[in-house]
Design a protein around this ligand. Structure first.
Ligand code: AMP
Ligand code: MG
Length: 659
């Protein structure tokens, strides 16, 4: 114990550990669990704790692969349609029977599929190439080569051959081979028993009624399902408020019954964050902070010879640390051979800004293009689950430079062994209309990938052929036109088509009753009692805002760059219309820009400032694909029956626009 720690109100992360170091240290401390014998019916997903050698050969004897006649191939070497050869039929071997007769020169014995080949025969002529002259004679219309239609003993597996090795995860294929070898019980490693504890006074369990300003416990269920998928026996012990005594007694109790204890929350350096103090008092802290982003406030301790891992509270951080740290530890306990991730190589879609001095762990979505895969970073913030929902895996990048350029080759570690490739990839601006169309395609069984990165990224992804459809609303400052000038700007007329979407009303979103009496955009520029919430760069809404602000500045003779510096919250960027509206709803900002229907859905006030054109861009090469055609059909279908405040379809909605 470090003297005086108990009295520290804040904990300082003295020595951040490299992830690889921390992992090696912990792996050297954990042992693989003992073994048990289970029936093969209960062995699915378990880890084999023994090598399996074949107790018999497979097939166990020479078998016929067809219904036909066991023959000696030289006897019928010259047989064909015109010169068939007669053989004396000597008998019949059925499946499961011991062959009692031998095939001699110019003789045949009838055999069923799977029956033993009688001695003397070297091949089987299929029933179809024979006819019966009488009870004792068959006519053969085709020759055979030695071995034809025979499965020889041991072709599949030879007796004593090593068929499965210790550390293999038992799947359907393994169970098939075990049962065909006559094995019905196997030795497997015991399942790790893992306790899960969520900490935080703000947490309430899912299923209970929502209490304002509380947070539903995400981590318990995320960790539980993560561990269950790996094949562990996980148990959720519940939520413990930030209370020193309660937490220490629950952890100590859990250490009696479980192989590993995972907590989440309370590991940072705040006054309320008591996990460090508890673990330091009841055990030994072996890692206090990781040099990773996210995931810095991770704790590893030994309590009563049991490993306790304190994960950060932010669900995305906790999720990533489960992957990079907890997974290999648990796999080692389970006796798995392979602790590494399956990975594929992909090219980075865009420039990636790095946190210097940290190992950056970044979730990415994968898109298949002609010559491989593109990795789209999806990280938006540790507290935002949308950072991981669309992701297929993650990359780890050392922050020894400011950024990683677009097109860099990266190794994507996959969340699952299988990547499910989507039928349709949508990249671009978020819109409820698009969402409805995509959802209806999902109902039809299409697998859809949605990546909301804003209009400009969507357009570029279409031009590069990575997206099947992009949704864009890009206002061109000089011409005042929407979308078309941008396709021309990129010289992409030959590569993509523009499909007319619909008009959307954009405006200022303010709290119900407009308490700050905001009337127009100029108020944002000139008043200093207003807090603003901005949209991300590259989003159509941000481009619209900046154009409108620039024009006001011009009229008023103000310098744009210094004016935006004065706007409180101009640098606070959120990624969706909904996020803008929710910032207003929760009083974090007084005004933001969003589409009308979002404001109305949240019962906020709305002051229109522009009507914009939201269109779809589709690569020409993808236009005729089934999912794209279905998308367009659905767009035309909903234009007559979808009513959303501020959304207006036109005659040409769903048609190709000439550029
Ligand atoms: P902490 O590490 O306790 O400071 O938590 C960091 C953030 O994660 C806070 O916003 C918490 O409300 C949130 N958080 C902590 N635990 C959970 C949990 N089990 N589920 C969802 N959010 C959580
Ligand atoms: Mg907390």
């Amino acid at each position: 114990m470090i003297p005086g720690v108990l009295n520290m109100s804040r904990v300082i992360f003295h020595e951040l550990r490299d992830l690889a170091d921390a992992l090696n240290l912990v792996l050297s401390l954990v042992n693989t669990l003992p073994t048990e014998i289970v029936s093969i019916k209960r062995s699915l997903g378990r880890i084999l704790a023994e090598d399996i050698r074949a107790p018999i050969s497979l097939p166990p004897f020479d078998r016929s692969s067809v219904d036909g006649y066991a023959v000696r191939s030289p006897d019928i070497a010259s047989a064909d349609e015109h010169k068939p050869i007669k053989l004396r039929l000597k008998g019949h071997v059925k499946v499961g029977e011991t062959p009692r007769l031998e095939v001699n020169d110019h003789e045949a014995i009838e055999v069923d599929t799977g029956a033993a080949i009688p001695p003397g025969a070297d091949s089987v002529v299929m029933e179809e190439y024979t006819s019966r002259e009488n009870e004792n004679t068959i006519i053969v219309y085709r020759s055979t080569s030695p071995g034809e239609n025979v499965f020889y003993t041991g072709t599949d597996v030879m007796k004593d051959e090593l068929v499965l090795t210790r550390g293999t995860r038992i799947g359907i294929k393994e169970i098939s081979i075990l049962s065909s070898l006559g094995i019905n019980k196997v030795k497997v490693y015991m399942k790790p028993r893992i306790a899960i504890i969520s900490t935080g006074r703000e947490l309430i369990p899912p299923g209970s009624s929502y209490v304002p300003f509380k947070i539903y416990d995400t981590n318990s269920y995320m960790i539980y399902s993560f561990l269950t998928t790996l094949g562990c026996h996980a148990e959720i012990l519940g939520i413990i408020p930030d209370d020193y005594d309660k937490l220490s007694s629950s952890i100590m109790k859990a250490c009696e019954f479980y192989d590993l204890i995972i907590t989440s929350g309370g590991t940072s350096a705040g006054k309320e964050d008591i996990v460090y103090r508890v673990l330091n008092d009841i055990g030994n802290i072996i890692v206090h902070g990781l040099r990773t982003r996210p995931g810095k406030p991770t704790l590893i301790a030994l309590v009563n010879k049991k490993l306790v891992i304190g994960l950060p509270g932010h669900p995305v951080s906790a999720f990533m640390i489960m992957h990079v740290l907890v997974r290999p530890i648990v796999l080692k306990m389970m006796g798995c051979r392979r602790l590494n991730y399956p990975y594929i190589r992909a090219k980075l879609s865009r420039k990636l800004v790095l946190r210097k001095g940290y190992l950056n762990i970044i979730p990415v979505a994968l898109i298949r293009v002609n010559d491989g895969f593109i990795a789209y970073p999806t990280f938006k913030g540790s507290g935002l689950l949308s950072s991981i929902i669309p992701a297929d895996g993650f990359i780890e990048v050392e922050g020894n430079k400011e950024f990683l350029p677009a097109n860099t080759w990266v190794e994507v570690k996959l969340f699952s062994d299988k990547i499910s490739l989507p039928d349709l990839t949508f990249i671009g601006s978020h819109c409820l209309v698009t969402d409805k169309i995509l959802s209806s395609l999902e109902m039809k069984g299409f697998l859809i990938r949605r990546i909301y990165v804003g209009s400009l990224e969507g357009l570029k992804a279409c031009i590069r052929g990575e997206a099947d459809i992009a949704g864009i609303h890009l206002l061109h400052e000089d011409s005042g036109q929407y979308n078309v000038p941008f396709i021309k700007l990129y010289g992409a007329e030959d590569k993509v088509v523009l499909i007319r979407g619909f008009k959307r009303r954009q405006g200022l979103v303010v709290a119900k009753g407009n308490p700050k009496s905001i009337t127009n955009l100029k108020d944002i520029l000139t008043r200093n009692d207003i807090r603003f919430v901005n949209r991300n760069k590259g989003s159509g809404t941000r481009i619209l805002l900046d154009i409108l602000l620039r024009s006001i500045c011009k009229e008023e003779g103000i310098d744009f760059n210094s004016a935006i510096k004065r706007i409180k919250g101009y640098s606070w960027e959120v990624f969706t219309h909904t996020a803008v509206a929710s910032a207003i709803l929760h009083g974090k900002a007084d005004v933001g820009i969003a589409v009308e229907y979002v404001a109305r859905l949240m019962s906020l006030d709305f002051i229109p400032i522009a009507v914009e054109q939201y269109d779809y861009v589709i690569p020409r090469s993808k236009l005729s694909t089934k999912p794209v055609q279905q998308f367009l059909a659905m767009l035309k279908a909903i234009k007559n029956n979808l009513r959303l405040p501020g959304v207006e379809f036109t005659e040409d909605s769903g048609e190709i626009i000439e550029i």
